[in-house]
Design a protein around this ligand. Sequence first.
Ligand code: TXA
Ligand code: MG
Length: 303
Amino acid sequence: MGGLVAFPTETVYGLGADARSPEAVGKIFAAKGRPADHPLIVHLPDASHLEGWTAHPPDLAYRLTETFWPGPLTLILKRAAGVSDAVTGGQETVGVRVPGHPTALALLEAFGGGVAAPSANRFGRISPTRAEHVRSELGDAVDLILDGGPCGVGLESTILDLSTGEPRVLRPGGTSIEALTAVLGFCPEVTESATVRVSGSLKSHYAPLTPVRLVETCELEEMAQNPATGVLARKPQPEDFVDEWITLPDEPEGYGRGLYAALRELDALGLEHILIERVSDTPEWLAVQDRLRRASAREVETT
Ligand code: TXA
Ligand code: MG
């Protein structure tokens, strides 16, 4: 496998290449337009492959994989000798996960090794949750697209850094902090790494091209009267509203599942503004909140 294969996972579609081949991995960066120092997640068929990719994983890593794999949790661990800089962005750590999707697992088992895969979108854009999103955004740059239907989680995996003394969440995602707390025995801090290039941590990321504003529920209907305005809300569309209004479920799992497809749909309409009704400030909404904040951030980090 020297080419690129887009495949469904339970979180979002990935753009995969043989993680042992720096040349194949290089094609991912070219297709995405992603800076070369941003590390990739290595997707594994099962936890027994940890040894080949990571050096001396702590017992805690195995306790976590027993509970959460296959599933939306990425672990950052010290890399094993021989894991290439192309995958790790030149760092001494590597991100690994076993995805919880039958098509992804069938691919990984048939391949028999690690598949490096970022989300299958162009750099800085919205992650794809359906095969047609990949097709329309990356098209010919991908050799094969496996269609597994819409992704069940719809937001990326939670990234937990186990490479330092203290486990930290670098990206909230499909595995809740509450579930991690139950296994860790304490609530991990949610921080962004100061040194590591985590592209999902750039201020503007997962972003539509149309300007996005987060608004309070009480402001929504009045502001939505402006022309060429699209709305992403939890409340139903008012009868007199003419422009595009998408209502997502008022609970975090359903909302997360539909968020990226809804943002893509609104973005494709060429509107002047997208208004998003703010979500609740409670822990269950953490991953959704994080993505909404980034979708509405206009500052793009350039360093
Ligand atoms: O749900 C997911 O995680 C999806 C599916 C396809 O598995 N993948 C995904 O990959 O979201 P990507 O590359 O779009 O985001 C992975 C994030 C990036 O922000 C990257 O910088 C970070 O993981 N990452 C990867 N390896 C890392 C490492 N060694 N240290 C710190 N961050 C790392
Ligand atoms: Mg991504």
